[in-house]
Design a binder for this molecule. Structure first.
Ligand SMILES: N[C@@H](CCC(=O)N[C@@H](CS)C(=O)NCC(=O)O)C(=O)O
Length: 218
């Protein structure tokens, strides 16, 4: 498999964690989101993802390459293709819906509003300063974390949902990375902090960290 990724991209980070949890070897293909106006806009890359976003997963294990976009769709595909190792979506439909709820709180309601292209638009079209952009991102992350902290208050143990890692944790850890980057005070969210600390002790999460990627800028 090939993963088109950017070291700091939280959506790519989710897929890196899932691939590691599933113990899948993959080739890392860097897509620089800033250099040369953003390689995600190149013709070569938009053939893989017309949405101009990372990640893209190419599953070459078939006669025809399977090209997949949208990190949550990729994670669910991996979970169904490799069900033996680390099930990321629970068996029971209600548990599955709850895992998706937390995943969507973060991946649908928080991350898109603080994505690079949105921050670039705020700056270039609405004259937002660097401080304005940080305040904006921080606000929307705090809003999503406030919901997630409440949602997991009766279920969190080592992970968001008990003692098994799920897609919710796979999405939470990269969003936490962004939260810290934008200066969110994580003392407000003790359950999230505890779950993220536990996840980050696991090799699959450690290996997926932005700073451990081949394209990382230290
Ligand atoms: N919903 C998409 C989001 C993908 C996304 O927002 N990717 C960001 C990096 S985390 C990106 O490629 N940004 C480039 C840009 O904004 O130009 C997914 O989950 O895959």
């Amino acid at each position: 498999m090939k993963l088109f990724s950017y070291w700091r991209s939280s959506a790519s980070y989710r897929v890196r964690i899932a691939l590691n949890l599933k113990q899948i070897d993959y080739e890392y293909c860097p897509v620089h989101l800033v250099k040369n106006g953003g390689e995600q806009h190149s013709d070569e890359y938009t053939n893989l993802n017309p949405g101009h976003l990372v990640p893209t997963l190419v599953d070459e294990d078939n006669e025809n390459d399977i090209i997949l976009n949208q990190s949550l769709a990729i994670i669910e595909y991996l979970d169904e293709r490799f069900p033996e190792v680390s099930r990321l979506l629970p068996e029971h439909k209600l548990d599955r819906a709850r895992v998706r709820t937390v995943s969507y709180d973060l991946a649908c309601d928080a991350q898109p509003i603080q994505n690079l292209r949105v921050l670039q638009y705020l700056e270039s079209n609405l004259s937002a300063s660097s401080d304005d952009k940080t305040a904006w991102a921080k606000h929307w992350i705090e809003s999503a974390f406030t919901s997630v902290e409440k949602r997991i208050q009766n279920t969190a143990a080592d992970f968001c949902f008990g003692f098994n890692v799920t897609m919710a944790d796979v999405v939470l850890v990269p969003q936490h990375y962004n939260a810290v980057r934008f200066g969110v005070d994580m003392e407000q969210f003790p359950l999230i902090e505890r779950v993220v600390a536990h996840c980050n002790n696991l090799p699959a999460f450690e290996k997926a960290k932005p700073e451990n990627q081949p394209d990382a800028v230290q």
